[in-house]
Design a protein around this ligand. Structure first.
Ligand code: PMP
Length: 346
């Protein structure tokens, strides 16, 4: 068990959350709603959405194999990241520890919340060392941020190292599994029961192809979810997003079909990219993108932009010198990239 009270900011522990009009009558039948100062006209968008998104969570629950009460939904997983800081980290006092390189929003949220951001470099295989993470923690470390498959490196973190961090760190471990649908490894989402200090992040922005609707998820122990729900804005996921998410989640066949095309394309892209004269190394990936070391990242990036092809230049990211991060696109888009790079002259 973890001592949650000692990890949560005292003001949040004692917070009386905003009570929505709809929350107060909940459960009884009603047809005349004069409680929330809404406009009675312009249905169906005149009413506030469900603040806890119960219908959407009920649909997600069997798909994710996570009970509704262990689920937080947010305006992208970026919201969940920010809410974690606001629940656990006292500005100017607490710190978080994260792997580097990793997804940039952990640091941005730390800085916005005035929380020290400590980084632990991955090794040359882009793997995490539990010993190094634990050594970077002190009594003010509230959260460890891990990302698997990791962005921008693409690889899954070793399960044994993640398990050691979960077992030996006495604070919260956020494990961002935004890309886990592309991986063949078992997601930690399925092992929530074993780790009361684990928060897993998921999103509809990647494998579900719905980045525009902004729907992110956090899965954790009920007590953690309850704290996150207290801190979020009352109507953080709008009605249109909730409806479109449910519509998208019903398209399971299309989801599977597109996912398998992307994985098939990934299998082809990696060796084809490795053959290019500009390529020095392609790193293994468990995500829908790969990192590649090239002869001159800045120049190749600009060459591609001039031809209307945009990849991500990671040249200035720690451990990623001369690296480009490339998303797997449609077969035509992938061909266009390879064709352009075959024509590149140094
Ligand atoms: N986590 C990781 C690792 C990401 O790479 C991204 C987006 N690039 C996100 C989270 C953000 O997801 P969302 O669109 O749900 O905010």
């Amino acid at each position: 068990m973890i001592d949650l009270k000692s990890l949560v900011r005292p003001n949040i522990w004692n917070l009386v959350p905003y009570s929505c009009a709809r929350d107060e009558f909940k459960g009884r039948p009603a047809s005349v709603f004069l409680d929330a100062n809404e406009n009675p006209y312009n249905a169906p968008i005149n009413r506030y959405p469900d603040p806890l998104q119960t219908e959407l969570k009920t649909m997600l629950s069997p798909m994710k194999q996570v009970p509704v009460d262990n689920m937080f939904l947010g305006n992208g997983s970026d919201e969940a990241i920010d809410v974690v800081f606001r629940v656990f980290c006292e500005p100017k006092e607490d710190n978080v520890v994260a792997i580097a390189p990793s997804y940039g929003m952990y640091q941005v949220c730390a800085e916005v919340n005035d929380v020290e951001y400590r980084t632990v470099l991955l090794n040359s295989d882009f793997q995490v060392s539990a010993d190094a993470i634990l050594a970077a923690c002190d009594e003010h470390t509230k959260v460890v941020f891990l990302c698997s498959p990791n962005n921008p490196t693409g690889n899954d973190l070793l399960r044994s190292e993640v398990e050691r961090i979960l077992n030996e760190f006495a604070g919260i471990v956020v494990l961002d599994e935004a890309y886990s649908d592309f991986s063949s490894h078992r997601p930690f989402r399925l092992d929530l029961d074993s780790y009361p200090n684990l928060i897993v992040l998921n999103t509809m922005s990647k494998a579900w192809g719905a980045a525009a609707i902004r729907l992110g998820m956090a899965f954790a122990d009920k007590a953690i979810i309850e704290l996150m729900n207290r801190v979020k804005y009352p109507y953080n996921v709008n009605q249109l997003t909730q409806e479109r998410a449910m519509e998208t989640l019903r398209q399971t066949e299309q989801f599977q079909q597109r996912l398998s095309v992307i994985l098939h394309e990934r299998d082809h892209m990696l060796p084809a990219f490795a053959e290019l004269p500009i390529c020095k190394h392609v790193y293994p990936t468990d995500a829908n993108f790969f990192l590649a070391r090239v002869t001159d990242a800045d120049r190749i990036y600009n060459y591609l932009v001039d031809r209307g092809i945009v990849v991500r230049n990671r040249n200035r990211v720690v451990l990623c010198g001369q690296c480009l991060r490339i998303t797997i696109g449609t077969p035509q888009e992938n061909c266009a990239l390879l064709a352009a790079l075959r024509n590149y002259t140094a």
